[in-house]
Design a protein around this ligand. Sequence first.
Ligand SMILES: [Mn+2]
Length: 366
Amino acid sequence: MAVRVERPNGKKGQRAIVISDIHANLKAFIELLKKVDFSEQDILILLGDIVEKGESSLDMLHYVMELKKTHNVYAVCGNCDAIAMEVLKDTRNEDLLKYILLRKQTLVGEMCRAAGAKLNRDTDMGKVKKELRERYKEELSFICELPHIIEIGQYVFAHAAVYPGRMEEMKPSQAMKADDFMNQGYHFEKYHVVGHWPTSLYCKEIPDCNPRIDKENKIISIDGGNVLKRDGQLNALIIPDLFENEVTFTYVDQLRKAKVLNTQEAGEKSFCIPWTDSLVELLRTEKDFTYCEHISSGNKMWIPNSYLCEDRDGWHTEDISDYQIPLTYGDIVSVSEVTSRGYLVKKNGVIGWYYGMLEFLPEGEE
Ligand SMILES: [Mn+2]
């Protein structure tokens, strides 16, 4: 299958809102659309991975399909969305069954449950697929027809990657899946906007979930780690005019909000451990923390025990850093962790440790 490139007409001065990797988080998506005041005048571009991993894949998909009827909505296919296309094939039945049984929150799993199909290791997946094709014809063809790349005005959009000079020759899988795209040395004339790879993974010292904008090479990466990271966020890249190079952004997260009661300076040195290089050695445990040495860098830091997990090759940590975040009395922060050593908080997309006092805001207040 060749890559599908869609080139809708954009009007000069028309605003675009770009959101990636919603991962079935319908609540955050609705909240974010409200926050950016999304309207019929705008273009909404969904950068893929609309479904999978989060709570409500089927509701999420239906919401986007309905929104497309009344608004300018364009979406590209992400690697996670593409999983549903397996339902249309008569091959790899076992693989799909294994995938659904292993992962609790998947679109196809939700479809099976809604269709009353109870899955176990002996299920005849070929039969189930036939049922799903009937029942979810519209949904499946919606996903199947999604392009992999969208080009409008001064911008090119894809889930994970677009390679310079040979867009049309790319395989769909290349546009849908690529690790660490911003570090591959590419340079473009037009801005290329991608998701898929959480932007915090690009951070070495200070963890930052905001969109990452490389003005020189014209690459923007916008996945805030929503659903996948416990302190992640759903970003919206706001392009006030698709024919101009100016962009801004905002985000929502579903962490509890609190008011900071002490002023704290930024720490001097800090280090991020990403899940892509997460092997640590446990040195000593005190209460809810363990002092660890990061194997590949030799850096040492206290890591909450709840972040540590033992695998076949040793102990691993979830994304963590020892960054002490600068805060001022009265700042409103998102609180990710409450520990014996302090709070792990987020302000303006940046995550760090806060050792003062705070006051939680009542739910729904910001
Ligand atoms: Mn992805």
